[in-house]
Design a protein around this ligand. Structure first.
Ligand code: NAD
Length: 309
């Protein structure tokens, strides 16, 4: 089987003009959507991500503010930074970037986020609404996974409203930011859902479960974790992982996913590449959520709809 490689960049590029037009409508109604990032320390991947978001926000006409703090910032000052953004009327959406230093527990920052600006649904109110299937915001990375799946579904002339019914979706990784949230989205689509994490691997059971997947979503942060013998023929495999590794031949640093793409593509119906799969859609969705937040805060504007393929 030769798998379809789902080109996330192309799909994301197709959405940028739709977001730019939503921003233009908001501006016409006197609202400029504003995205703020909070970055504590100098994590390289977070800095790269922040730069990408700034570029995209600029391209669609959205305001972008970056709050940076040194890794040794006091917790009280980090909380004050979030409080300042909560109160800033120019900001409609706030992203707290991870990893955070150990003395700044992410949950402390999440707890004080204004739920109306919590575009990643990390505040308990938004996480709860998502779990109940009534999301105010659908967080970017899980949304990107399902956007690409819905897109693929249409590509093969299926209806995303019924495509997932009874299918087995296996999700590897269950972080509060990605894996656990993807579980709620899969449940909301009537799939049979299996959650695996490090304990599943430690128990020697990971392949047992991944081989049952009709749809496999992997967000573990372990390069090449899923090999060709760990999937069944015809799987649709979504690779969320972004891992910097050294290429043994060139000695250069390169980004790879959690899936051995080449080996899995031999058996899969479709796969997402890394880079160029989930990542570009995640960026677009995050900026779009900041735009949706801005329209929700302005009663004169129609609420910007979810993006659909
Ligand atoms: P995390 O470290 O918070 O969580 C990792 C999860 O994977 C945990 O539940 C852990 O138990 C599980 N895990 C770790 N090793 C495992 C193993 N050997 N077998 C099974 N499960 C294992 O990470 P995260 O924030 O959820 O991110 C996961 C990956 O996704 C990272 O590579 C990250 O860079 C990437 N990521 C990509 C995007 C994107 O837009 N593409 C966005 C966010 C995160």
């Amino acid at each position: 089987m030769t798998a379809t490689v789902i080109d996330g960049r192309k799909v994301a590029d197709g959405l940028t003009s739709r977001i730019a037009s939503a921003v233009a409508d908001a501006r016409d109604a006197g609202t400029i959507p504003g995205l703020a990032t909070v970055l504590v320390g100098d994590d390289y991947a977070s800095s790269v991500y922040e730069r990408r978001l700034r570029k995209l926000a600029d391209a669609v006409g959205c305001r972008f503010v970056s709050e940076r703090a040194p890794a040794d910032i006091e917790l009280a000052d980090a909380l004050a930074t979030v409080g300042k953004l909560n109160a800033d009327p120019r900001i409609s959406g706030i992203l707290i970037m991870r990893p955070l230093p150990p003395h700044i527990p992410e949950v402390e920052l999440y707890r004080i986020l204004d739920p109306a600006k919590d575009i990643e649904a990390v505040h308990a109110v938004n996480a709860g609404l998502l779990a109940q299937g009534l999301p105010h915001f659908v967080p970017s990375t899980p949304a990107a996974c399902f956007y690409l799946l819905d897109w693929y579904c249409r590509h093969i002339d299926c209806d995303p409203a019924t495509f997932y019914d009874g299918k087995t979706v296996v999700i590897v990784g269950r972080s509060n930011n990605v894996g656990k949230l993807a579980l709620w989205l899969a449940l909301g689509r009537n799939a049979t859902v299996v959650s695996c994490d490090k304990h599943t691997s430690d128990a020697g059971m990971l392949a047992h479960f991944t081989r049952q997947a009709d749809i496999l979503i992997v967000a573990a942060g372990v390069p090449g974790l899923i090999t060709g013998d760990m999937v069944k023929d015809g799987v649709v495999a979504i690779d969320v992982g972004i891992n910097a590794v050294t290429n043994p031949t060139t000695g250069k640093t390169q980004l790879v996913g959690d899936i051995d793409t080449e080996a899995v593509a031999e058996r899969a119906e479709a796969v997402t590449p890394v880079p160029g799969g989930v990542g570009p859609l995640t960026d677009v969705w995050l900026v779009h959520n900041a735009v949706r937040a801005a329209t929700a805060l302005n009663p004169d504007l129609p609420h910007s709809p979810w993006l659909a393929p």
